[in-house]
Design a protein. Structure first.
Length: 239
């Protein structure tokens, strides 16, 4: 099963998971840290890989003129149902129905590690950006996806058993507060993301490494992730 097929199959699971108030890191700290990276609203913000639409709705609330895209028909329908006024379209992230240079901001929040064609998606995002436009992304930090903690205690050892440099698929199952979500993504080393940006003519402006620094933590197991980054935020400019 391809990554896109996985997300379509589990669209209902993800919609329930993503919309549960204060359930995951988006609500608790991740959203605010990502918005710190974004430039002010401009003429057109594209949300590439919008899922059920929570980021697009928040961007709209902050004054962005948003057009959102996802390959999953079910997630597109969920996003449209949540806000019928939101411009949400079904499209492959590597083949957006957008004119060259039409946007001054493209965001891709927790998406690139869930796509097979990293280079194609980054290249397409650069195509639809105007010169000087920004591409802002959030991904699972490659250190996070490279290994795992041996236990849940705060001082547990973090172990990387396989090569950090080799791309590999990860199948994960998260269970929390009565909700279950099977996640599938691709571990890639940081240099793969950097190379895709470089080839697309995008220059990195800012990098932020995001730990689980919620204070106070909801669970003791979160304390492990104060020592290592959970997520990576990056802002690049089109040359």
């Amino acid at each position: 099963m391809s990554l896109s097929e996985h997300w379509e199959r589990h669209a209902a699971d993800w919609t329930r998971w993503a919309r549960e108030p204060d359930h995951d890191s988006y609500w608790r700290f991740h959203r605010e840290r990502f918005f710190e990276l974004l430039p002010p609203p401009g003429r057109l913000t594209l949300d590439v890989g919008c899922g059920e639409g929570r980021l697009a709705r928040d961007l709209k609330e902050c004054g962005h003129h948003v057009r959102a895209f996802d390959a999953s028909p079910s997630l597109v329908e969920a996003a449209r149902t949540a806000d019928p006024s939101l411009d949400v379209r079904q499209a492959d992230a590597a083949a957006l129905p957008v004119e060259d240079g039409a946007s001054d901001l493209v965001v891709s929040f927790m998406v690139l590690m869930d796509l097979d064609d990293l280079a194609g998606v980054v290249r397409e995002s650069a195509r639809v950006l105007e010169a000087g436009g920004r591409f802002c992304i959030a991904i699972t930090h490659p250190i996070n996806s490279a290994g795992d903690f041996e236990a849940k205690e705060p001082d547990s050892a973090f172990v990387i058993k396989e090569s950090y440099f080799e791309q590999r698929r990860r199948d994960l199952r998260a269970e929390r507060d009565g909700l279950t979500m099977p996640f599938v993504d691709l571990h890639r080393p940081l240099q793969d993301y950097g190379a895709a940006l470089e080839r697309a003519g995008l220059l990195i402006e800012r990098i932020r490494e995001i730990p689980d620094d919620e204070d106070p933590p909801q669970r003791e197991s979160q304390l492990r992730w104060q020592r290592l980054p959970l997520f990576l935020h990056l802002r690049a400019v089109k040359l």
